[in-house]
Write a protein that binds this ligand. Structure first.
Ligand code: MG
Length: 186
């Protein structure tokens, strides 16, 4: 009788906004159309539109609409789909997003529409504290990257204007693209 040896796959954590989806561009368009506040990507050196003249009330309005509706229309980040399609053979893919859980239905709709493979989906801002033993993680937020790196995971930080500050943990590595991430993970 053959003995089947099953080897558990290592877990790759992957953020959604600005890692799989072009969320910042969409949010800036919403802010410009609704409130006539024009923001360029290069100027977003903090990932907080409140720092650029958008009021708390306006932010609530934009994110309510984004979470329940607009996020269904997001464009994919270049190379994201091809990369996940290859990585899923080798890793258990855990999508971990800070999005409000109210976006669950729309987020699942978008993931299905874009045919993105994944094994787990979590809505939680405390990505590092979920007890998930990440082998590696792909992220765009500087603070998340560093907290996750402290758990022992290798973190690939996709360079964007809002994470340009110096890196402060040896497990955090800057990358420019999914192509570069594949070179590390395959
Ligand atoms: Mg993100």
């Amino acid at each position: 009788m053959n003995r089947t040896v099953s080897k558990a796959k290592r877990i790759l954590g992957v953020d959604i906004d600005n890692v799989l989806a072009e969320s910042d561009a969409c949010l800036r368009t919403m802010i410009r159309q609704r409130f006539q506040i024009a923001l360029d990507e290069k100027d977003i050196t903090q990932y907080d539109y409140g720092a650029y003249g958008v009021t708390e009330e306006q932010l609530v309005e934009v994110f309510n609409l984004f979470n329940t509706d607009t996020c269904r229309t997001l464009k994919l980040i270049a190379g994201a789909k091809a990369a996940l399609s290859r990585l899923t053979a080798r890793y258990e893919i855990a999508l971990v997003t800070s999005r409000n859980p109210a976006s669950k239905e729309s987020t699942e709709y978008w993931l299905k529409k874009k045919s993105l493979p994944y094994d787990q989906l979590h809505f939680n801002d405390e990505k590092h504290a979920l007890g998930i033993p990440y082998y590696a993680f792909v992220e765009d937020r500087h603070e998340h990257a560093h907290r996750i790196a402290s758990t022992g995971a290798t973190v690939y930080l996709m360079t964007r204007p809002w994470n340009a500050m110096p890196l402060a943990h040896p497990n955090v590595h800057r990358v420019a693209s999914w192509k570069e991430i594949l070179r590390h993970l395959l």
